[in-house]
Design a protein around this ligand. Structure first.
Ligand SMILES: *Cc1c(COP(=O)(O)O)cnc(C)c1O
Length: 467
């Protein structure tokens, strides 16, 4: 596809500027351009078609099934966008005096109240801009807590090997030594390994529950009890909260602080690296270490971002909470779990689940046997799915499952979509045995099929130079 610059035709215009109603004055020579800027010259139709065509080359929740595990790519109701676009919210200046931003303060206060209720926490900050940023903030709470007690010997954070990569990265960024513990064969925390890792040097544990293989750790009360007994604190990675919101509370599981990815669980479209919010909640004893922002009371902790965070993401989250309500929130979680279990049950006659038991909102397939039989990898299957109008699932994560495909259908898909997806998986399973080459060279119907992933990541061509 040609770039706008390449489609440019000299002299073509579509802007009609209003007549100038102030006296025209010549710019001083030193401020004037030496040459006209090389802007593309196009008609409105050219521009409209260009962006519509670009739009057709990407896959979003509005174009088809998007079961990207661990990311919760669910449909976000349009009303959330409408509320975030209201001028009183969209145009507020972060330095507005409190009395001029009363409505915005009320949004923050109400969202905090509801989200604290869902998390089982006592206080919250909206400053962090993403989940990973929230982890960083939460682990700083843990650090400030130990420091405030003069407890200097706690240098280690325990992270299970199934954790999202941001967990160990966060602990290391906060200056901690990361202690990795192997998961038990059932995919959950190995209690003996945990006991072995705990000690007087333990600052805390980072955990997500349900975990990254989509399983609820039934030993959670024992896990958090053991950590507390050793003097450590428990951090909850709330990226998987979609499975349990309104059903169980991380605070009741024994966690001391938590982040929630508002852009995963609470209705902000994401995936393009756009604005997010990692709301960080904590129990009352950590409150004083929260960052403070102009529009929201807080503690005296470390500021992690300018102003109060991505406010409009909080507006979307609050709209979502208010539209679903006390009944709708747990219902969404339950439907997410039902959909995942239904899809797993329909696929498991072909591709094998890594853990064949009731899952939460997502599940992991293990394609290592299939690869051995058919010579077709998880990557090949993921690529082939694109030809069927499906976004590939998360691949090769979590690292503890080889040839992993991780599917999260979310609550907003209907039975027909799930049946259709399961049929595609069964077809690909059979095709893998009858015509493996077709999968090894897939996709066949996309503008780009198999870019060199290293080149694409390390040397992307994002600049066009005018000749
Ligand atoms: C997405 C995710 C994160 C990180 O959240 P971001 O908002 O992408 O920074 C952390 N843990 C898990 C389990 C996740 O799925």
């Amino acid at each position: 596809m040609k770039l706008l610059f390449e489609k440019s035709v000299q002299g073509r215009r579509c802007a009609i500027l209003p007549t100038c109603d102030v006296p025209e004055t010549a710019l001083p020579e030193r401020f004037a351009r030496q040459a006209a800027p090389k802007l593309p010259e196009l008609s409105e139709t050219d521009i409209s078609r260009h962006y519509t065509a670009l739009c057709g080359q990407v896959h979003g929740v509005n174009s088809g099934f998007y079961p990207l595990g661990s990311c919760t790519m669910k449909y976000n109701p349009r009303i959330d966008e409408e509320m975030a676009a209201l001028p009183g919210f969209a145009d507020i200046h972060p330095l507005s005096p409190a009395h001029a931003a009363a409505g915005c303060r009320e949004v923050l206060g109400t969202a905090k109240q509801y989200l604290c209720q869902i998390a089982g926490m006592d206080d919250m900050t909206f400053q962090p801009a993403a989940g990973a940023h929230g982890e960083f903030t939460g682990v700083l709470l843990i650090k400030q807590y130990h420091d405030s007690r003069g407890d200097k010997g706690r240098t280690k954070i325990i992270v299970p090997d199934s954790a999202h990569g941001t967990n160990p990265a966060t602990a290391a960024m906060c200056g901690y030594e990361v202690v990795n513990i192997a998961s038990a064969p059932d995919g959950c925390v190995d209690l003996d390994a945990l006991r072995g890792a705990l000690g007087a040097d333990t600052a805390g544990l980072m955990l997500t529950n349900p975990n990254t293989v989509g399983l609820f750790d039934e030993n959670i009360l024992e896990i958090t009890r053991l950590v507390h007994e050793a003097g450590g604190l428990c951090y909850y990675d709330g990226a998987n909260l979609n499975a349990v919101m309104g059903v169980v509370r991380p605070g009741d599981m024994g966690f001391d602080c938590i982040h929630m990815n508002l852009h995963k669980t609470f209705a902000t479209p994401h995936g393009g690296g756009g604005p997010g919010a990692g709301a960080v909640g904590c129990k009352a004893f950590l409150r004083d270490f929260l960052p403070r922002s102009a529009l929201m009371e807080g503690g005296n902790g470390i500021q992690v971002r300018s102003f109060g965070g991505n406010f409009l993401v909080v507006v979307r989250a609050l709209t979502y909470l208010l539209t679903l309500g006390r009944e709708g929130i747990p219902e969404a979680a339950q439907n997410a779990v039902l959909n995942a279990n239904y899809l797993m049950s329909q696929i498991k006659g072909s591709f094998a689940p890594a853990y064949d038991r009731v899952c939460m909102h997502e599940f992991v397939l293990d394609l290592s046997a299939f690869k051995k039989e058919a010579g077709v990898s998880a990557l090949d299957v993921a690529k082939a799915l694109i030809d069927y109008g499906m976004h590939p699932p998360t691949m090769y994560f979590p690292l503890i499952v080889h040839e992993a495909l991780m599917l999260e259908p979310t609550e907003t898909e209907d039975k027909e979509t799930l049946d259709g997806a399961a049929a595609v998986f069964r077809t690909l399973y059979e095709q893998g045995h009858s015509d493996p080459a077709a999968l090894q060279t897939a996709p066949h119907h996309t503008p780009i099929g198999r870019p060199d992933e290293v080149q694409a990541a390390r040397h992307p061509v994002v600049r066009w130079e005018a000749t």
